[in-house]
Design a protein around this ligand. Structure first.
Ligand code: ADP
Ligand code: MG
Length: 323
C-alpha cells in the first residue's frame, strides 16, 4: 500500500464542521465567530514517550489525549486536529488499531482530523489541536494569586503517579505485591483529558496547567509564571490504593516527580470552593485541595510530621543534565 492509499484508508473521513478536510493542500476551517483559537502541539517518540509494546489502539488514544489535555488546561473546546506520522513500514494491524483509538477519542470530544503528513521513518506521532475559547477567558499559567487554594483533579478512586509507577514496574525499579498492574497500565496508556473540567473552570480558576511532567515541575511552571510560591500538603495528594501500598520513597517519586498524569492542577480563590466542587461534579471528575499559593518564592512540600521535604523529586525535563 502506498502513502496516499494509506491516508485514504485510515485517516480520511468526510468533513463535518471543517469546510475542507483531508485531501487537498490545506484544510479549511471556518473560525467560530467571536471565539479565540487555542492551538497546541505534542510530539510522541517511540522509546521516549511510549514503549514499543504499547497496543496500537492505546497509542492512538494517548497521542490525541495528551493534546486534548493541553486544550483542557486552557479551558478551550476542541474543534479540529492534524496528525503527523512517521512509520517504519506499512503495518495494517498497527494502522487499524491506531486509527481506531484515535477516532474513538476524537468522536467522544467532537473533534475532527482535518489533515497531516505521513512519511517513512522511526515511529513518531505528532498532533496539533485547535480549540475555541471565549476572548480573554483562557486559563493560563500566570494567574495564580497569593492566598489561592491549589487543587488537582483525579480519577475516581485513583490519584497522581500511577502512570509513573507502571513505568517503574516495567523497568524493575518498583515491585508490585498484588495484582494492581492492570489499573496502573490503564493509567499509563489510557489517560483521560479533563476537557469538561477545564471548560467549567473558566472564570473560576486563576491559573491552570495539565500535569504531564510531574507535579513539582508543572507546579513550578505556574509559580514561576505567576511570580509566587506555594506550600503543598503531601498527605493531601490523591493516590490509588496500589501506589499507597508502595514504600514511601516510591510514593514520593511517583506523586511528586511522576509525569504522564494528564490531570489538571489549578489555583482558585477560597471563596470559589463550592463553585469548584460543582464544576467538578458537572464534569464527573474528582478534585481535591492540595495546598496554598504563598508570597514566598519556591515550593514547600509539607510532610505529615510537619517538616518540609528537603529535596522534592524534580519534574521531567528531556534535556536536564545536558550541557
Ligand atoms: P502535500 O504534499 O500537499 O503537503 P500530502 O501529499 O502530504 O500533501 O498529503 C495529502 C493530503 O493528506 C493532505 O490533505 C494532508 O493534509 C493529508 N494527510 C497526510 N497525512 C495525513 C495524516 N497522517 N492524517 C491526516 N491527513 C493526512
Ligand atoms: Mg505533505
Amino acid at each position: 500500500m502506498g502513502e496516499f492509499e494509506l491516508i485514504e484508508r485510515y485517516f480520511t473521513r468526510p468533513p463535518r464542521r471543517a469546510v475542507q478536510g483531508v485531501g487537498d493542500d490545506c484544510a479549511l476551517l471556518a473560525p467560530t465567530p467571536g471565539q479565540w483559537c487555542a492551538v497546541s502541539s505534542d510530539l510522541l517518540v517511540e522509546g521516549r514517550h511510549f514503549l514499543s509494546t504499547v497496543p496500537p489502539r492505546a497509542l492512538g488514544h494517548k497521542a490525541l489525549a495528551v493534546n486534548l489535555s493541553d486544550l483542557a488546561a486552557c479551558g478551550a473546546t476542541p474543534t479540529a486536529f492534524t496528525l503527523m506520522l512517521a512509520l517504519p513500514r506499512v503495518d495494517e494491524s498497527f494502522l487499524g488499531g491506531f486509527s481506531q483509538g484515535l477516532y474513538e477519542l476524537a468522536d467522544a470530544h467532537g473533534v475532527e482530523l482535518v489533515g497531516g503528513d505521513t512519511t517513512a521513518g522511526p515511529l513518531c506521532v505528532g498532533i496539533t489541536v485547535f480549540g475555541d475559547v471565549p476572548p480573554g477567558q483562557a486559563l493560563r499559567r500566570d494567574g495564580a494569586r497569593v492566598g489561592d487554594d491549589l487543587w488537582v483533579s483525579h480519577p475516581p478512586g485513583g490519584g497522581l503517579g500511577d502512570a509513573r509507577l507502571a513505568l517503574e514496574v516495567l523497568r524493575d525499579q518498583a515491585q508490585l505485591a498484588g495484582d494492581g498492574f492492570a489499573a496502573l497500565r490503564r493509567a499509563m496508556e489510557w489517560p483521560q483529558p479533563r476537557v469538561a473540567l477545564g471548560q467549567a473552570l473558566r472564570g473560576l480558576a486563576h491559573a491552570a496547567i495539565d500535569l504531564s511532567d510531574g507535579l513539582t515541575g508543572d507546579l513550578g511552571h505556574v509559580l514561576a509564571r505567576s511570580r509566587v510560591g506555594a506550600e503543598i500538603d503531601y498527605s493531601a495528594l490523591p493516590r490509588s490504593a496500589v501506589l499507597a501500598a508502595q514504600p514511601e520513597p516510591v510514593q514520593q517519586r511517583c506523586l511528586l516527580g511522576g509525569g504522564d498524569d494528564y490531570e489538571l492542577l489549578f489555583s482558585a480563590p477560597a471563596a470559589a470552593r463550592p463553585a469548584v466542587q460543582r464544576a467538578a461534579e458537572a464534569a464527573r471528575v474528582g478534585v481535591i485541595r492540595i495546598g496554598t499559593v504563598q508570597a514566598e518564592a519556591g515550593l514547600r512540600v509539607r510532610m505529615p510530621d510537619g517538616r518540609v521535604l528537603p529535596q522534592p523529586p524534580r519534574g521531567f525535563d528531556h534535556f536536564a543534565g545536558d550541557a
